[in-house]
Design a protein around this ligand. Structure first.
Ligand SMILES: C[S@@+](CC[C@H](N)C(=O)[O-])C[C@H]1O[C@@H](n2cnc3c(N)ncnc32)[C@H](O)[C@@H]1O
Length: 276
């Protein structure tokens, strides 16, 4: 949900205290704006604590870094809007550590949102190519300036062959509705010996459709792992959706349809092109 301009102005006001688990507005604001601020902070699971020594909205988690993400994005996740969830800071560190990003490596973030993951990857020296379907968030990524390239558009419609060579690492937190499609597409951008780390809906650990079953087999074959995250991992982002982390290390000769794998296929397609 987009913050109304007045609310954004109050929350971005340097006098507004946003620290630890609370948001405190220690100055006068009009009643109508206050009501909007109050509603939004409650949508984000804040609770008004009117005791004299508190007088603030208190959250069941540390709001500080997360609110910074929301204020940068100009939007917030609420119970009524399941579209965008920033990756919470602790999970960002966990994912980027797991991917083992080294300075100078190329990294793909295919659903980059407002840059929670891409910012940390860039801080560690990764050269990030980010995709984001939402134009406004893509603009935010450009303004942040930490990505090597930002593409605004549908990642699933991107042709991996537009890359002359594969990407070293993929780090992602794709939309939960079709996360596996995003992961399988991202693999096609990766080198044979690349590494993919992704958040996914925990259903991936037991879904019985063919695509999910085959994916779990491949993860096992390559020595990867799918590990459940604690139930409250996304509480900070306003949702209790259950998630897991996929760790997928590639190697030459694996069953993964990587960028290198695709590069080994094109001769036949070339023949068809000539015949046409
Ligand atoms: C769960 S959020 C994660 C944001 C970001 N990765 C992070 O860690 O904070 C998913 C993001 O994917 C974007 N998205 C959804 N479908 C997409 C698509 N087909 N191509 C590119 N981005 C997409 C959404 O707009 C949203 O910003």
């Amino acid at each position: 949900m987009i913050f109304p301009t007045d609310v954004l102005a109050v929350l971005r006001d340097p006098r507004t205290e946003i620290r630890d688990d609370l948001v405190r507005i220690p100055f006068e604001i009009g009643r109508a704006v206050y009501e909007q601020v109050d509603k939004i902070l409650k949508d984000m699971s804040g609770r008004w604590d009117g005791r004299k020594k508190v007088r603030a909205h208190v959250f069941p988690y540390r709001i500080e870094e997360f609110m910074r993400q929301c204020l940068t994005a100009g939007e917030y996740p609420s119970r009524y809007d399941q579209g965008w969830y920033a990756t919470p800071p602790a999970l960002v560190t966990q994912l980027v550590d797991l991917a083992g990003i080294r300075a100078g490596e190329t990294v793909l973030e295919p659903s980059a949102g407002a840059g929670a993951l891409s910012g940390e990857i860039a801080r560690r020296g990764g050269l990030v190519d980010a995709y984001e379907i939402d134009e406004r968030r893509a603009d935010i990524l450009r303004e942040q300036g930490h990505c090597r390239r930002v593409f605004a558009g549908d990642f699933l419609a991107q042709d991996p062959m537009e890359y002359a060579e594969g990407i070293d690492k993929v780090v992602m937190n794709p939309p939960f509705s079709n996360g596996l499609d995003h992961i399988l597409h991202a693999v096609q951008f990766m080198k044979d010996d690349g590494v993919l780390v992704s958040v996914m809906s925990q259903g991936l650990m037991w879904w019985s459709d063919r695509k999910s079953v085959e994916f779990r087999e491949i993860v096992e074959e390559v020595g990867g792992e799918i590990e459940a995250l604690p139930d409250d991992s996304f509480a900070v982002s306003g949702t209790n959706v259950r998630t897991c982390v996929v760790f997928l290390p590639g190697y030459a000769g694996s069953r993964l349809r990587t960028h290198d794998w695709l590069m080994r296929q094109p001769l036949q397609l070339g023949l068809f092109d000539v015949a046409a």
